[in-house]
Design a protein around this ligand. Structure first.
Ligand SMILES: C[S@@+](CC[C@H](N)C(=O)[O-])C[C@H]1O[C@@H](n2cnc3c(N)ncnc32)[C@H](O)[C@@H]1O
Length: 246
């Protein structure tokens, strides 16, 4: 009870300090501005993030090739591609379909593609992961998301779309930051910063128990690990990583 009151009080203090950002948000100025600026911030932030979690990503993507189609080709769809941070981890000859809801990421995707000539780009779509109707059912071997499920409108709908586009036996690879353990300091600070974090970082929510939606999505196999990513800010360290097979 005391902890809850403290969370509410501290959250209020943070919100008062961030009043100018809130004002822009209520006036409808913040959202379009954020959509334009966020890709620049992510281009820098993802370089730092990738350096810190390089080993985790390398390990996570190490068995991508196990999910190649029987012909040996690997068609991979990435949701919330952002600036194309993950391209360096994809195997040679991999055919990729990039999708993101924010069209302002395209020039960053193009830059990253130029640095990764080992990939073949099939398509870049501006589409929410909740509605990938341009992608035929059972047409991809692998779906990837990193730091995306924290921002989507409906994780349940995203899971349905992932299961629809994956071929039987295909896999969904994920590395996502999630809610801290009950009574942990991470969760305490997440609850305090969550409203302003969401406003500043284009809808990103820190307190989602994403693993619960993965567990009930209906994959035939789920390999999921809770990890503490080696990041600087303690409250975004709780992550889940692994893959789920259709
Ligand atoms: C924190 S960034 C991560 C970008 C990239 N995946 C990475 O790891 O560097 C979140 C990305 O998800 C995208 N996004 C947010 N909501 C989305 C949705 N509903 N469908 C698809 N992408 C979405 C954002 O535009 C942004 O590119």
């Amino acid at each position: 009870m005391e902890a809850t009151c403290l969370v509410v009080l501290l959250r209020l203090c943070v919100q008062i300090l961030c009043l100018p950002a809130y004002l822009l948000w209520y006036l409808g100025i913040w959202d379009p501005l954020c959509k334009k600026l966020f890709p620049y911030c992510m281009a820098v932030a993802s370089l730092i993030y990738n350096k810190l979690v390089y080993e985790k990503k390398k390990e996570m993507f190490s068995n991508l090739k196990d999910f190649s189609s029987p012909t040996g080709a690997l068609t991979l769809l990435e949701i919330g591609t952002g600036p194309g941070t993950n391209f360096q981890f994809y195997p040679v000859g991999c055919k990729i379909i990039c999708t993101d809801v924010n069209p302002n990421f395209q020039k960053f995707i193009d830059k990253s593609l130029a640095k990764n000539p080992h990939l073949q780009v099939e398509r870049c779509l501006v589409a929410p992961a909740e509605d990938l109707h341009q992608v035929p059912a059972a047409s991809v071997d692998v779906v990837v998301s990193t730091l995306v499920l924290c921002s989507v409108k409906s994780q349940e709908q995203v899971m349905k779309e992932i299961l629809r586009v994956l071929r039987p036996g295909g896999a969904y690879f994920f590395l996502e930051h999630v809610a801290g353990a009950p009574s942990s300091w991470s969760l305490f600070w997440q609850q305090i910063y969550d409203p302003i974090w969401k406003c500043l970082f284009d809808g990103c929510t820190m307190t989602r128990e994403t693993w619960k939606n993965l567990e009930k999505a209906g994959f035939s196999e789920l390999k999921l690990r809770h990890i503490y990513a080696p990041l600087i800010l303690n409250f975004i360290k709780p992550h889940i990583t692994g893959y789920a097979v259709k």
